[in-house]
Design a protein around this ligand. Sequence first.
Ligand code: NGQ
Ligand code: ZN
Length: 458
Amino acid sequence: MVTDNHQLLFAERALLVEGWANDVVFSVDADGCIASLEQGVAAGSAKRLAGPVVPAMANLHSHSFQRAMAGLTDVAGQGDDSFWTWREEMYRLVSLLTPDDAMAIAAKLQVELLKGGFGRVAEFHYLHHGADGRPYDEPAEMSLAILRAAEQSGIGLTMLPVFYAHSDFGGTAPTAGQRRFIHDVDGFLSLLHGLTSSCRSAGARLGLAFHSLRAVTGDEISAVMEAVPEHAPIHIHVAEQEREVAASIAHSGRRPIERLYDIADVDERWCLVHATHVTEAEMAMIAGSGAVVGLCPMTEADLGDGLFPASDFIAGEGRFGIGTDSHVATSVADELRILEYGQRLRDRRRNRMAGRPGASVGRTLFDRAVAGSAQAAGLAGAGLSVGAPADIVVLDGSSPYLASVDGDTILDRWIFGGIGQVVRDVMIGGRWLVEDGRHAKDEEVDHAFAAALQRLKA
Ligand code: NGQ
Ligand code: ZN
């Protein structure tokens, strides 16, 4: 129902910023924001939503092109397969991708993410140049492909162009496989500034990233930081693999996270992606700085990274959010479930991420990830409240698993129940993008994606 350019929506149950509420009418204004929220009221003329309502989650870490290789790197090689042998296979895909491929894969991924309960994606984008390593005539060609994909899918986008200059600590020259990623400081800043207006007109947020301490020197970080716009989110991969920790210590005598805090004034703008190999002192430093740790639990498991001590980190009031990174999974539930399960497998105990007795693990994980992911994506707030964007996920109320429960148990069933496709409808910025499990652009997106995969196979 639409009145005065306002849409009225009714939910029997909704997870608002202040908690679960019953019989809620949301009024969504023409800008796609929640103009008012009334609880304990009759539906009246409002459109009845088909199940419990939760906020859409931001996905804080994506390399969208890697969706094309999901499930294609699980054949044993000659030696000791690792993150680094996987990276060689990933570089092979990098060598083949055109801007059209990148767009088709990103659009498909974004539609899948919407159906998995994500409303926004932070794209950690480092594939900048042509296959020979030379910039395109339009230097932002590859970034623009991501923006176009987001226009097609409708997902919220936080664009993070990545500065990448070297292959290892100490400013080592990049390898041939990395040539599509490389800038000097000036080249990177001109890409960043060039993207400002395209992002603004596409409604995307713009931040930036340093690929890793392997890929940039301390001096380069300092030079880029001088030119970073206020409030821009800043992301970096850090301490994901033990080899990186060893190389960091060999180079500077410091572990990667220590080294990062030596070099930069890390604060709430920062997202430390993975931070897998972290000491207690480093965890306290991260928590104290207000930075978010960007956990990508399915990819971290896939790549054999190791286990982030998440239960200790939240006990110390550390902030985390979730990303799908290489996209071997595309849903909120898969990421949160394996995050908890990793802690259980390590401890041989249950319910590790609940925080306090009596708390639902699903609710604890969901609330903290919603807040941390929004912060890392550069959003001013998180969750459903007056003034916030209407980024709404409607779970399937016709599922007997959900219809029979209430409150936090809805989240536990979704995350831990293994109950199939639970996300039914998704509204982003006041627009319905997924309805009854389908996206309006499914056919064209699938068609272009299939063609890209065929081309990449040939
Ligand atoms: C990436 N991905 O940049 O895509 C990395 C691998 C690297 C993950 N760390 C490459 N999951 O770190 O050098
Ligand atoms: Zn990554």
